[in-house]
Ligand binder design. Sequence first.
Ligand code: C6P
Length: 419
Amino acid sequence: MDVESIREDFPILDREVGGEPLVYLDNAATTQTPTQVSRTFTEYYDEYNANVHRGIHQLSHEASVAYEDAHDRLAEFVGADGREEMVFTKNATEAVNLVAHGLGHQHLEPGTAVVTTEMEHHASLVTWQQIAERTGAEVRYVEVEDDGTLDAEHAKEVIDEDVEIVSVAHVSNVLGTVNPVRELADLAHDNGAVILVDGAQSVPTRPVDVTDLGADFLAFSGHKMAGPTGIGCLYGRRDLLEEMDPFLYGGEMIRHVTFDEATWNDLPWKFEAGTPPIAEGIALAAAADYLDDIGMDAVRRHEDELAQYLLDELAEREDVEAYGPPAGVERTGLVSFNVGDVHGHDLSEILDDRGVAVRAGDHCTQPLHDVLDIPGSVRASFYVYTTREEVDALLDGIEDAAERRDGLLASDRYHDRVF
Ligand SMILES: Cc1ncc(COP(=O)(O)O)c(CN[C@@H](CS)C(=O)O)c1O
């Protein structure tokens, strides 16, 4: 993978922050956008901007074809069977909610259960909590081992015939753990349940094929895979999407409406009410092209190498605690850690002063941080344009913060470790 050539596609990487070169290491929050993707917006708005599926005129035809073809492109990207199985949403969060509301209300009731895990993002964890509360179903959490992997025996224990839905992150946005989705899918299917895979951190970083995973649903976001914000995807098995109820109603998603009732449009439009994010959908297809040109296996290898390098270097420091699977175990390109009793926000600010952008806090996984018994963590996350020299800039910043520890602890900026 020619990282230097890739970096030329991202003008933002030439930026300076505080007089220092930008070192962008917050890719698990959102990735940067190559010119091959950003320019699709100008092309669309300058050349064929129109509403889709409504106008009987050339511009609307061109916009409709491009928007519909984008569904086919994203379906191909994750191995789905065409546009009918690829719903465009606002983001991964909305995709999870669509399944929870569209299927949860049909299948969940007292005596049934949803299984998820202790490492889930709030987009899943809170959603299933709320649906279970409304339907009387139980939520069960597969436990996380000390090494950041899922407890396989506990998974077998909690996924039983009462379970209707299993919802699991393919990759943890805190631990970097790559979960054994195929095995969990087999467990779910053996017990008559369906599985929703949260692919927010996996679809952007490794080859994902819904058939290989055994996924019945797959949720992911455009802005985490070199695409724009405002667009995400829900892959759904066609028979399940046919069965599911929409949870947004209005134009576009209907076929026939009377004062007494309405019937729904074909898939996937049944789940895309109102005017959709047209330019964003077209741009997301360009992002899929961009990543496929690099090769998703090359992306995975690059991320794993950088994560292993950082883990090895952090292991040399007695004052650093890193979370997630140990070096040598496959993980995605992110590492969460703490540096002694230096507050994460202080460390993040010191790094920002040096041009290094990381994330500090709970990363929308407060229950996981309770399990880790820490109030928060600092997370460095990489992407296709990240270099080993940028990881070294992070390591230099960690050394700087560690040297300034006493001053930080004494300063009024020191928090009581509330992230
Ligand atoms: C595993 C996982 N699942 C769902 C989401 C939600 O993605 P949205 O595009 O915001 O809908 C995220 C987004 N995690 C960001 C924002 S909290 C992070 O900094 O880690 C995620 O990592």
